[in-house]
Structures are given as C-alpha cells and as structure tokens.
Design a binder for this molecule. Structure first.
Ligand code: UD1
Ligand code: UDP
Length: 362
C-alpha cells in the first residue's frame, strides 16, 4: 500500500484536496488487489488558515478526512511562516516515512511541503503544476516555480501549463489531467444550489447581483489599489456581495462602512454558499484564481482585478476581462461584460481520478 502525506493549509487547498481524497477513497474501494494496491493518505494541516470560516467549515461540508496533525503555524511574515511549516512538516515526514508527498497550488504551505519533502528525498506530487503569471513580485509565483522544479510528478490542469513547464525544461512525468476544481464544481454545484439558502438570507435576486472577492497581497497591501477597487465596487449600479477575506478586512478596517448602499460586505462563506452565490450572479469581480475559474464553470462572466492572470484560457474564450485595479477600467469592463465562447479547457471532471491512478501506479 502506498503511503501519501497530503499537505494543506489555505482555503483553496481544502477544496482541491477534498476532491482527491474522495478519489482515493473510491480507488481503495474498487482496488482489485485489496490492501496491497490501496493508498493510505495522511493529511497534514499547516494551520496557515485557522478561522472557522477559512478552515473548519470546509472539512465539515466536504467531509475531508481529519488531519493527522495541525501544525498551528498561523499568520506571520513569509520567512517565519514558511520556516515554521518546514520544520513541522519535516518532523512529520521523518516520523511517517511516506512514499510521496502531495501538494496543491501555490501557497506558502505548498512551498514548505515541497521543500521539506524534496530535502528528505521523498518524491513530491504537485497538483496545479505549470501555472505562471510571469510576475515574480507575487509570492505565489515564487512558490509555484520552486514547487514545480522539485516535484517528481507534475499534474497540470491545462495544455498552457504543460507548455510553460516545457519552456523551463520540465518534461518528465508531466501529466495533463484537467483541473480538480472543475471536478469539485461538477460534484457540488447542484447540491449547493439545492441546499444553500444564502440568496434568501441576503435578499438577493438570481441574476441580479455581482459577487466580488479580493485578497491578493498586491491589492490588499497597496492602499491606492485597494481604494480604487472599493470605489469601483461602490459605483456598480447593482447590488454587490463581497465576502471579505480576513486579510482584506484587516487592510480596510471600517472603510466599506456599515451601510455602504448597494455594496454588501459579509464574512467569508462556506464552499456550498459560495457556489450558490457564483451560480446565480450576474457578474463576478475577483482577484482570486479559483473564483475566476468557478465563474466560468457556472457560466458567469468575470472581471479580474489584477494586471495579469495565470488562467489565460478564460481570457481567450472571452469569459474573463483582466481589468487591473483602476476604478474607470473596472467600471468599463463591467459595462462590457458578456458571456464568452463555449469551451472546455479544464478537462472532463476526472482530474482527481487520473492523479490517483498515477500515484497508485507502479
Ligand atoms: C494565502 C496564499 C494565497 C491564497 C490565499 C487563499 C500565500 C503566500 N498566500 O493568502 O496564495 O490565494 O491564501 O485564500 O501562501 N488571516 C486571518 N485568519 C485566517 C487566515 C488569515 O485572520 O484564518 C489573516 C491574517 O491577518 C493574515 C492574513 O489574513 O496575516 C493573510 O493570511 P496568509 O495565510 O498569510 O495569506 P493569505 O492572504 O490568506
Ligand atoms: N471560497 C469560499 N468562500 C469564500 C470565498 C471563496 O468557499 O467566501 C472558495 C471559492 O469558491 C474557491 C476558493 O475558495 O473554491 C478560492 O480560494 P481563494 O480565493 O481564497 O484563493 P485562490 O483561489 O485565489 O488561491
């Protein structure tokens, strides 16, 4: 039986890992050779995200197996936070001697997992490999480049990601499997729309509101950029629902105001509530990677509040406009928003299944 340690720590990683954990359970249930061909998964939570609505809610709602350990690292500067994770993960790997370490995306938890494992010669599997913004000022870009270069298996969501890796000389064990977030939306969207009462709670009309999320360091840590995003969200002539990431809440303080007119600032919501909000939105405005894609999966146009995107297919098919953060440019993009072309660049909903069959293979 292969023994795999999965490293998670931040909100989008719980959602991605949930899909693969479910595929592992299915693999084990159907495994013809019994225990000898199964996969034992041990989850390590770094503790990077820790508020109930940034962590625990996803474990409950998505029935993610309980972590073996939560390292409780919480928030600090990049070096300090990543260093504490490295040390904690190294201790777990020495104790557990896994056959592989599975990391997701591009957060500091991804970097720490990939580095700790590769230094101990434990092979690393990177899910969402090959994404690039070509902006090295983004902490995520450093994390994903390093993770890709120390990984043994590179699971790419798109052909553009495979090509990015090829340009960096990485061609061995690169698998274009599709996007696990697409698998996840296919598995959960119908349930979300049936079960979630978030629209009713917020008094929203389907198709009549915008959904916004903002958390990128380049936006939250620059008062000018954050201020002009806020100004744009206030001027949109429909209700705008804004589940506020704790980082953004800290940066904004009382700026959105208790009564901000059509702008509704709320706490972060659960995954099912988020899928329901995305599904019924007229438009999504975001700087999140995951939310850009989910808008597309739900057939909702998106305005990206960044200067570039890794998810180039969304722009090529016309579903996404990369508007930057100037108020006028955002409002112009909002006025032009329309559905794009039909396309399926993120696979067929079986990405997790393919990942598991590679990891379980000889
Ligand atoms: C991290 C990832 C980012 C990812 C995002 C997903 C890095 C470098 N960044 O950004 O790639 O898109 O997660 O949401 O890994 N905070 C809380 N409670 C929490 C978590 C965070 O209050 O449960 C606040 C703290 O003030 C903290 C700040 O948010 O300092 C930032 O948290 P951190 O995990 O460092 O980065 P994120 O901005 O969440
Ligand atoms: N999400 C959520 N509740 C929220 C905001 C986002 O469940 O209030 C989900 C969203 O549906 C997506 C993931 O979190 O699946 C995206 O995470 P985030 O935007 O924090 O990070 P990124 O994708 O940019 O790394």
């Amino acid at each position: 039986m292969a023994r795999i340690v999965t490293i998670v720590g931040a909100r989008p990683q719980f959602i991605k890992a949930a899909t693969v954990s479910r595929a592992i359970a299915r693999w084990n249930a159907s495994c013809a050779g019994g225990a000898s061909c199964g996969i034992e998964e041990l989850i390590v939570h770094t503790g990077q995200h820790y508020d109930e609505n940034m962590s625990e809610v996803f474990f409950g709602e998505l029935a993610i197996p309980r972590p073996l350990v939560n390292l409780g690292v919480r928030s600090s500067r990049h070096g300090e936070q990543t260093g504490q994770m490295l040390s904690g993960i190294e201790a777990v790997l020495l104790e557990q001697s896994p056959d592989a370490v599975l990391v997701y995306g591009d957060t500091n938890s991804t970097l720490a997992g990939a580095l700790a494992a590769s230094k101990l010669h434990v092979p690393v599997a990177h899910v969402e490999a090959g994404l690039r913004s070509y902006n090295r000022r983004m902490p995520e870009e450093i994390n994903r480049v390093v993770a890709d270069h120390v990984s043994r298996w590179l699971f790419c969501p798109t052909s553009a990601a495979v090509e990015n890796l090829r340009r960096e000389g990485i061609t061995a064990d690169v698998h274009q499997v599709g996007d696990v977030m697409y698998d996840s939306v296919l598995a959960s969207r119908e349930v979300a729309c049936r079960r979630s009462d978030v629209l009713r709670r917020l008094g929203l009309t389907p198709g009549g509101y915008c959904l916004a999320t903002v958390h990128r360091a380049e936006n939250t840590d620059d008062p000018r950029r954050l201020g002009s995003i806020l100004a744009a969200l206030r001027q949109i002539d429909r209700p705008v629902v804004w589940p506020l990431h704790p980082r953004t809440r800290r940066a904004l303080g009382d700026a959105p105001g208790a009564d901000a007119g059509r702008l509704r600032v709320i706490d972060p919501v659960s995954y099912l509530d988020m899928l329901a909000l995305e599904s019924h939105a007229w438009l999504v405005l975001t700087d999140s990677g995951g939310v850009q894609k989910e808008a597309f999966f739900c057939g909702v146009p998106c305005v990206t509040l960044r200067d570039e995107t890794e998810w180039v297919e969304l722009v090529q098919t016309g579903w996404n406009q990369v508007a930057g953060t100037e108020t006028d440019r955002i409002l112009e993009a909002v006025s032009r928003a329309a559905p794009g072309r039909t396309a399926a660049p993120y696979g067929d909903g079986r990405a997790a299944e393919r990942i598991v069959s590679v990891l379980a293979g000889p």
